[in-house]
Design a protein around this ligand. Structure first.
Ligand SMILES: [Zn+2]
Length: 158
């Protein structure tokens, strides 16, 4: 699957990205519950509390931006929704990465480039336990409770 993304990502463009966002969302129905419960997810978490995640993500990413790999100052990194909030309006731990301000604003409401997908999936698999622990500590949900690797990784290990 990742092979296909790489090979065709310029061709498929937004089509793939939108389909992929829908896929992620659909794989998360357990965590999301019914659509009517979305409100709780939407407004359940203060934006500011996400900043509490910064030191953890900073260490996890060895002080580098998730997207470009440039060094980020410990207190200036942005907590980015890997899948944009507008397309996936839930605060699940697997969706957070640390990014510098340039990449964060460049990405804005767009889905991250396909090349980042495999990095993201790998991170959520490799660091599943640490991630879940940290997010639980902050009373955030890492991902589908039945699958600690997060929904995007399931059946998508190419
Ligand atoms: Zn960057």
């Amino acid at each position: 699957m990742m092979f296909c993304f790489r090979k065709f990502h310029t061709l498929l463009g937004d089509l793939v990205r939108n389909a992929w966002a829908a896929f992620v969302r659909s794989r998360n129905t357990t965590a999301l519950g019914s659509a009517t419960d979305l409100e709780e997810f939407l407004f359940g978490i203060e934006r500011a509390s996400l900043l509490n995640l910064r030191p953890f993500l900073f260490d996890l990413q060895e002080g580098r931006c998730f997207y470009c790999g440039r060094r980020v100052a410990r207190n200036t990194g942005h907590i980015d929704h890997f899948v944009p909030w507008s397309k996936y309006p839930v605060d699940l731990g697997h969706n957070f990465v640390l990014a510098d301000s340039a990449c964060n604003s460049a990405k804005a409401q767009h889905i991250a480039a396909a090349e980042h997908l495999s990095n993201w999936a790998r991170r959520n698999t490799t660091h599943a336990e640490a991630l879940e622990k940290e997010f639980n500590r902050r009373q955030l949900t890492f991902g589908d409770p039945g699958d600690h690797r997060g929904p995007a990784v399931r059946g998508n290990k190419g």
